[in-house]
Design a protein around this ligand. Structure first.
Ligand SMILES: [Fe+2]
Length: 257
């Protein structure tokens, strides 16, 4: 696949899977290479991981992350719970992180798929069927996300905003729906209808599960697609992924003069 084809696939379909060899001495070289091919800006450190107190507590710093953070403490054959749907960048404004790259170094013994929920597609479908419900998701107080990391003043680790909206003219999502989210549904039946749709029929119709093999890399538009990691069981060796995030979308810089 050419760079241009890869850029179109990520931007048109919302994601792409490619095969990318990983260098033993630096697992993030593969990220730098694909970022160059996609015309992405430098890898981005989320607001949460720029907080010095958070860094002290969770030990996660910088734009390149290993998942899990410490694979040496993972027991063989241990089971890991699944995640709930979210977009990366818990404290970021809508559309703050446009691209996420996940690279598989070691596969789980079983499970461990990444499930994508094409939440912007679902939003457009809802807009056609129930305009009030769709509009409720655009409200600037519709969705609060918060971190549960123990810091002295946790109020700074909260971000309220719309669940969907336009950023630079493009529909974007921060649809996330787990234990670190609060939806402003009280006295708001339209928002409850929207959530009933997104959690039920929309998920059935607008999702895909991708299981990465070692060397596979998943690139997706984090500003248009929500995602979650599914439950898995480690094998003899722990499942290992690496991740990088970008504030820009794939874009071809023209070299023609
Ligand atoms: Fe994520």
């Amino acid at each position: 696949m050419t760079d241009l084809e890869l850029i179109s696939e990520v931007n048109n379909r919302g994601y792409a899977v490619i095969s990318a060899p990983s260098a033993a001495d630096d697992p993030f070289d593969a990220h730098r290479n694909v970022a160059r091919s996609l015309g992405l800006s430098d890898a981005y450190t989320p607001v949460l991981y720029r907080d010095l107190e958070v860094c002290d507590v969770v030990g996660q710093v910088g734009p390149y992350n290993e998942i899990p953070r410490d694979s040496t403490s993972v027991l063989p054959w241990s089971e890991m719970p699944g995640q709930q749907f979210h977009v990366d960048g818990l404290l970021e404004p809508l559309g703050g992180i446009k691209t996420t790259v996940l690279h598989c170094l070691e596969q789980a013994h079983s499970g461990g798929e990444t499930e994508l929920f094409f939440s912007c597609e679902a939003f457009l479908k809802l807009s056609a069927a129930d305009e009030d419900a769709a509009r409720s998701l655009l409200h600037p107080e519709a969705l609060t996300r918060f971190a549960t990391i123990a810091v002295t003043d946790p109020t700074r680790l909260r971000a309220m905003g719309s669940a969907f909206g336009r950023v630079d003219g493009a529909l974007s999502t921060r649809f996330s729906d787990g234990t670190t989210e609060v939806w402003n549904t009280s006295g708001n039946p339209a928002l409850q209808r929207a959530l009933d749709y997104l959690r039920g029929p929309a998920l059935e119709a607008h999702s895909a599960r991708i299981r990465l093999a070692p060397g596979d890399m998943l690139i997706f538009r984090n500003d248009r697609v929500s995602h979650r990691g599914c439950a898995y069981q480690n094998g003899d060796r722990p499942r290992r992924l690496t991740r990088s995030m970008y504030s820009s979308a794939p874009f071809r810089r023209t070299l023609d003069r």
